[in-house]
Design a protein around this ligand. Structure first.
Ligand SMILES: O=c1ccn([C@@H]2O[C@H](COP(=O)(O)O)[C@@H](O)[C@H]2O)c(=O)[nH]1
Length: 295
C-alpha cells in the first residue's frame, strides 16, 4: 500500500467541533487502509527550526508547525504534534498548537496529541475535557496518557473518549532506555506493570469490532516485548528512525499484530523539510516501508 492524497472522507476527521459519528478505532483503521500506516510527528525542536532556516521564536514555531501540517496532513493517516515543543512558547505556542491541530484535521489526518497526561480521577476528567471534548479549542482525535497513577485513574479519559468517538494511547513499553525500570517491574498479582496496562486496554476494547479505540504505546527499541501485545486496539510505535528502531525490529516485536501497528516518526521525516514535496516524499517512503510488512 502506498500513501495517497486523501480527503476528509477517507477516514480522517472534521474540525467542525462535533463527533464524526464513528469510533476512533474505526476511523484510524480506515485512515491506515487509505493512506498507509504512519503517524507523522510534529516536533518543533529548536535544532529543526534552525535547520529549516527559522528563528527559535513563536513566529518560527508557527511557520514550522503549519508548514509541516500543510505538507503532511493531506497524505498521512495520523499526525502527532508533541505538545511540549509548543508549550515552551507559553500561551502563544499553545495557540499555534490549536491551529496546527485544525490544519491537520481539515486535511483529513487524524490528530494524536502527544501530551502524556495522567492524574487523580477528578483532574483526569479536566484533561479529558480539554483534549477529547470537541467543544474544547484544543481537542484532538486522540491523546497519549500515562498510567502511573494506576490504570483506573484514566477512566475519565476513556469514558470521555467513548462519548465523543475519541481515542487514548496509554504508555505501556516506552522507547526510552529508562522505561523498563518501572514497566518491567512485577505487580502484586505477579504480572509486569506493562502486562497490566495491556490487559486493561484489551478489556477496554472488548466488543469494539475490528480495531478498538484504546491503544498502547510500545516502542520499536524495546528488544522483545515478552508480553501479549494483542489488545484488540492500535499500537502506537515511536522509536523508529532517529531513536534507532528499524523495520526489522518492528517485524520481530509485533509479529502477529502487525496490522495494528501505527509507526510514529518525527525527526526522521521533519529532517527532510522545509520543502513540502520532500516532507511528503519522506513520509510516503516510511509509510510504504511499514505497509509492506502487512502485505
Ligand atoms: O515511548 C515513547 C513515547 C513517546 N515518544 C514521543 O515520540 C516522538 C519521537 O520522536 P522521534 O523524533 O521520532 O524520535 C517524541 O515526540 C517523543 O516524545 C517516544 O519517543 N517514545
Amino acid at each position: 500500500m502506498t500513501v495517497s492524497a486523501g480527503s476528509t472522507n477517507d477516514g480522517g476527521s472534521t474540525s467542525e467541533g462535533g463527533s464524526t459519528g464513528a469510533p476512533f478505532g474505526a476511523r484510524l483503521r480506515a485512515a491506515m487502509d487509505a493512506r498507509g500506516p504512519l503517524c507523522a510527528g510534529i516536533d518543533p525542536h529548536a535544532g529543526l527550526l534552525t535547520a529549516w532556516g527559522l528563528p527559535d521564536t513563536v513566529q518560527g514555531l508557527e511557520r514550522f508547525a503549519l508548514g509541516a501540517a500543510e505538507a503532511l496532513g493531506p497524505v498521512v493517516a495520523a499526525v502527532k504534534p508533541q505538545s511540549a515543543f509548543f508549550e515552551r512558547f507559553g500561551a502563544q505556542g499553545v495557540a499555534v498548537l490549536e491551529r496546527t491541530i485544525a490544519v491537520c484535521r481539515d486535511a483529513g489526518a487524524l490528530v494524536v496529541l502527544d501530551v502524556k497526561r495522567g492524574d487523580i480521577g477528578s483532574t483526569a476528567q479536566a484533561y479529558a475535557d480539554a483534549y477529547l471534548d470537541p467543544a474544547s479549542p484544543i481537542a484532538a482525535d486522540a491523546i497519549t496518557a500515562s498510567p502511573f497513577l494506576g490504570f483506573g485513574s484514566l477512566t475519565p479519559m476513556l469514558e470521555t473518549a467513548r462519548k465523543h468517538d475519541g481515542g487514548v494511547f496509554v504508555l505501556a513499553l516506552t522507547s526510552n532506555p529508562e522505561g523498563p525500570q518501572f514497566q518491567h517491574a512485577t505487580t502484586a498479582d505477579g504480572r509486569s506493570v506493562a502486562a497490566t496496562v495491556l490487559d486493561s486496554l484489551r478489556e477496554a476494547n472488548a466488543g469494539a469490532g475490528a480495531l478498538g479505540s484504546f491503544g498502547a504505546v510500545v516502542g520499536a527499541t524495546i528488544g522483545d516485548a515478552g508480553v501479549d501485545l494483542d489488545i484488540d486496539g492500535p499500537l502506537l510505535v515511536p522509536g523508529i528512525g532517529a531513536q534507532g528502531g528499524t523495520v526489522d525490529d518492528v517485524r520481530r516485536i509485533f509479529d502477529g499484530v502487525l496490522d495494528r501497528v501505527l509507526p510514529s516518526s518525527s525527526r526522521e521525516i521533519l529532517g527532510a523539510g522545509p520543502e513540502a514535496g520532500r516532507l511528503r516524499e519522506a513520509a510516503e517512503q516510511v509509510a510504504a516501508t511499514y505497509a509492506a510488512l502487512v502485505g
